[in-house]
Design a protein around this ligand. Structure first.
Ligand code: 26V
Length: 825
């Protein structure tokens, strides 16, 4: 019984320090084939990962059995992106073994920090949308909701970002290079997915007319499964990602006639489908591979659900009772015609029955109002790639438009034209948002303002037609990863004062309000903040080579780089402070460290230029002796989940400064506030609700409202008037324009400056004065350390609403109609 200890703790499942130690050594030896002396950091990481994974597997299998026995209703989350972040630490937290892991590694002389740091995160997403999917997977498991996340196993996720001479340079992601211990390949779980070809109409044995799609190409999808363990529960859900493979690894016919290259080409073409994640913020038009990716993963996922349904039922008549399918944006909206096709063409249902099931299955989340982000595909491409789906879409559309005509009687205000799934203009396009709306039983926005704007603008017609269909589910983030794991010092204090209940019920943080006047508590609060700031400062010095003062105000803006997020507004403030210091070197300014992080879509030139400008300003500011000790600017390269976990806890000030009406929700705003940062922000997305919760006196508000922005964009506004009327603004812009930050090269930043002065849809200049004045208020407030601390505590105490547990509860009761299924071991 080598596997057992005296107290009968199994090596693969035991949770004692002794069992963990044995398991680690066993895995290092038998899975990595290494002894301690010859192990690399990656070997040690792998051994630790397998030690934790082993302990998840029995919970996972038990979960699957329990769900199956109880014929549990299941949520299927369809998302083209999952930005999971490193697994190891998170799984240790959720399993409740973090402390024991520290003790065990100490006993063995292992550096657990190094082990955790070694994990390369799976960056299978761009930003907020993908990270939201990951937070929701955590909350679904924690709330014991049977759920499967379906997506794509990209071989290359989001690119790694380097900064060279201030510019962004992309390197391909390497997340699979050293192996991925968290996934289990399922070679027996493969589905064929067709592309191209033609359709045939025929009379079946039943005497009815049927359609058969004869694809030109079939690609296989193979499942890779990752267990998702809930916090403090046994429930372990499934993340199933599909990898594309050639259906035949060699086309022997082509090979036999000597066309070896043709045979290999087909294999490569198939594998390309799951090769690389598309960067966000690039219009999709013409991106054939992206439509292929979408259809590929959706088709595999629906076929898998059908397989699962038929294991416990002899027909698909109750498919919509077994599953509810959440569409994470329109990326998986092709699921609507695909389910119709599967039910009709492959399972011989009538249209009416198939439609009844289909439209009771899907719910659609919209994540953006930006018109350029609304997906459309040309009819030509659709016809070539998915001819059968296009036929089905035409039929869905025909029936839908009949309803529209009936409802609006005479087609007055162009309802039919606007609501049609097909946009007839410009050669014809399929509008994926309209398809998602028509094919779903529920539609939701991701913050209150966003949902109201959806109802009154982008989806106005749909809201008129179906007044009960659109609802709001404000986004949330998981406190397990973004507090417990990333900020252990703060978490320990919270637990000491409140018990551990807050981790599953974030509203319990309200209990902190009792300690507002407790000097000792406030003192400890500050000590914790300064300690994480010091950690970040050390890390930045070591990795970026910039030394900052940990007692300065850490002013942080980390998120994708986009004009609507207005990193350049932040920069104008920095340049304004710089000018003030140069004019009056004795001026009294609270020392500040401005920290930026974020990736620009490779083809988004203006975003790339903003990164260059941040680094150019940093170069000058950080090296000017007049400024020393006052302001520093740091761009942290390669911002992602892992880097975020280091940065969020260290913030004093959270920059949430998007043009009002443009950021659907934001979720970084929640992560920062949860860690005690105060927000400077516009009335946009979830900022509005954060401010409502934490109290307006604990939030720095500035800027135009969404209504004012809309009014200005209707009636036009003249940035150049604002520029001429505000000397500080003019000085800041002139300095950038003069080439001062770029060794006198005047051309580089001209596109940026010109856009700000001429036709800036993001209204940076319109908000400049209000922003700078508000920042002056921040500067003053930060000097009153005690008051600042109280505001910080109140931000944490009142942030409960923004736990993703609350979001998932909202989805469960208002949209999915689903309840918990606890798993017992
Ligand atoms: C896509 C595109 C594509 C074309 C160019 C401009 C552009 C801009 C943004 C996007 C992103 C669309 C989807 C998305 O990631 N939305 C984000 O979803 C988060 C989770 O709901 C939310 O917090 C963010 O506010 C929202 O931008």
């Amino acid at each position: 019984m080598q596997n057992k200890t005296t107290n009968n703790e199994h090596t693969r499942t035991g949770l004692t320090i002794d069992a963990l130690e044995r398991a680690y050594n066993d895995n290092l030896f038998y899975l990595q084939g290494r002894s301690y002396e010859f192990s690399s950091a990656n070997d040690r990481y792998m051994a630790a990962a397998y030690t934790v994974r082993d302990r998840m597997l029995e919970r996972w299998i038990k979960s699957a059995q329990t769900y199956k026995q109880q014929c549990a209703r299941t949520v299927c989350y369809l998302s083209a992106e999952y930005l999971l972040g490193p697994h190891l630490g998170n799984n240790m937290i959720n399993m409740g073994i973090m402390e024991k892991a520290y003790e065990a590694s100490e006993k063995m002389g292992l550096d657990i920090e190094e082990i955790l740091e070694t994990e390369v995160e799976p960056g299978l997403g761009n930003g907020g949308l993908g990270r939201l999917a990951a937070c929701y997977m955590d909350s679904l498991a924690t709330l014991q909701i049977p759920a499967i996340g379906y997506g794509i196993r990209y071989e290359f996720g989001i690119f790694d970002q380097l900064i060279v001479d201030g510019w962004q340079v992309e390197r391909s992601d390497t997340w699979l290079h050293n192996g991925n211990p968290w996934e289990l390949p399922r070679p027996k779980l493969r589905f064929g997915v067709g592309f191209g070809g033609y359709t045939e109409h025929y009379t079946g044995d039943d005497g009815n007319l049927h359609v058969r799609w004869v694809p030109e190409l079939v690609v296989n999808g193979m499942a890779y499964d990752t267990p998702i363990l809930g916090y403090g529960v046994n429930n372990t859900n499934l993340l199933r990602l599909w990898k594309a493979e050639a259906a035949k690894s060699f086309d022997f016919q082509a090979f036999n006639v000597g066309d070896y290259y043709e045979a290999v080409r087909a294999k490569i073409e198939a594998e390309n489908i799951s090769k690389v994640l598309y960067p966000n913020n690039e219009p999709d038009a013409g991106k054939e591979l992206r439509l292929k990716q979408q259809y590929f993963f959706v088709s595999c996922s629906l076929k898998d659900m059908i397989r699962l349904n038929l294991r416990g039922a002899d027909s698909l008549d109750h498919f919509h009772e077994k599953f509810t399918v959440q569409l994470n944006d329109t990326h998986p909206a092709i699921a609507v015609p695909e389910l119709m096709r599967l039910l009709m063409d492959e399972h011989h249902m009538t249209w009416d029955k198939a439609w009844d099931i289909t439209h009771r299955c899907f719910a659609y989340t919209n994540h953006t109002l930006l018109p350029e982000a609304l997906e459309t595909w040309s009819l030509k491409l659709f016809q070539r790639l998915l001819p059968r789906h296009l036929e089905i879409i035409y039929e869905i559309n025909k029936r839908f438009l009949d309803d529209v005509r009936m409802h609006f009687l005479t087609d007055d205000g162009g309802h039919v034209e606007r609501m049609s799934i097909i946009d007839e203009k410009g050669g014809g396009h399929v509008r994926m948002a309209n398809l998602a709306c028509v094919g779903s039983y529920a539609i939701n926005g991701v913050a209150e303002l966003h949902t109201e704007l959806l109802k009154s603008t982008v989806l106005k017609d749909f809201h008129e037609l179906w007044p009960d269909k659109i609802s709001n589910v404000t986004n949330g983030v998981t406190p397990r990863r973004f507090m417990v794991l990333s900020n252990p010092g703060l978490s320990a204090l919270l637990t000491e004062k409140l018990g551990t209940g807050w981790i599953r019920d974030l509203n319990q943080l309200q209990g902190l309000e009792r300690f507002l006047e407790d000097d000792e508590f406030c003192h400890r609060w500050r000590k914790i903040k300064i300690a994480v700031k010091r950690d970040l400062a050390d890390w930045m010095e070591k990795n970026i080579g910039i030394r900052v003062d940990a007692s300065s105000l850490f002013d942080i803006q980390v998120k994708r780089i986009h004009e609507y997020k207005r990193q350049h507004l932040n920069l104008l403030h920095i340049v304004t402070l710089y000018n003030r210091i140069k004019l009056d070197p004795g001026i009294d300014i609270s020392p500040r460290t401005f920290i930026f992080g974020g990736k620009a879509a490779p083809s988004y030139l203006m975003a790339r230029l903003i990164i260059k400008l941040i680094n150019a300003v940093a170069d000058v500011v950080n090296n000017d002796p007049d400024v020393a000790g006052r302001i520093k600017v740091v761009f942290v390269p390669d911002f992602g989940v892992k880097r975020g976990q280091r940065i969020f806890p260290a913030a004093d000030l959270s920059e949430q400064i998007s043009t009002a009406g443009m950021e659907a929700s934001g979720t970084g705003n929640m992560k920062l506030s949860m860690n005690g940062a105060l927000t400077i922000g516009t009335l946009d997305g979830a900022n509005i609700e954060i401010r409502e919760q934490v109290g307006q006196e604990n939030f720095f508000l500035f800027g135009l409202t969404a209504e004012q922005v809309a009014e200005k964009s209707r009636n036009g506004f003249n940035p150049s008037d604002i520029y001429h009327a505000d000397p500080e603004l003019k000085a800041a812009i002139d300095l950038i324009d003069s080439g001062f930050f770029c060794h006198g090269e005047t051309k580089i930043f001209q596109p940026l400056v010109n856009k700000l002065l001429q036709r800036d849809p993001f209204m940076v200049l319109a908000d400049y004065r209000s922003y700078v004045n508000c920042q002056d208020g921040v500067d003053q407030a930060f000097r009153d350390t005690e008051h600042w601390t109280r505001m910080s505590i109140l931000n944490v105490a009142r942030i409960g609403k923004f736990s993703s547990d609350r979001s998932i509860r909202d989805y469960c009761s208002n949209i999915w109609n689903i309840t918990a299924v606890p798993v017992e071991l």
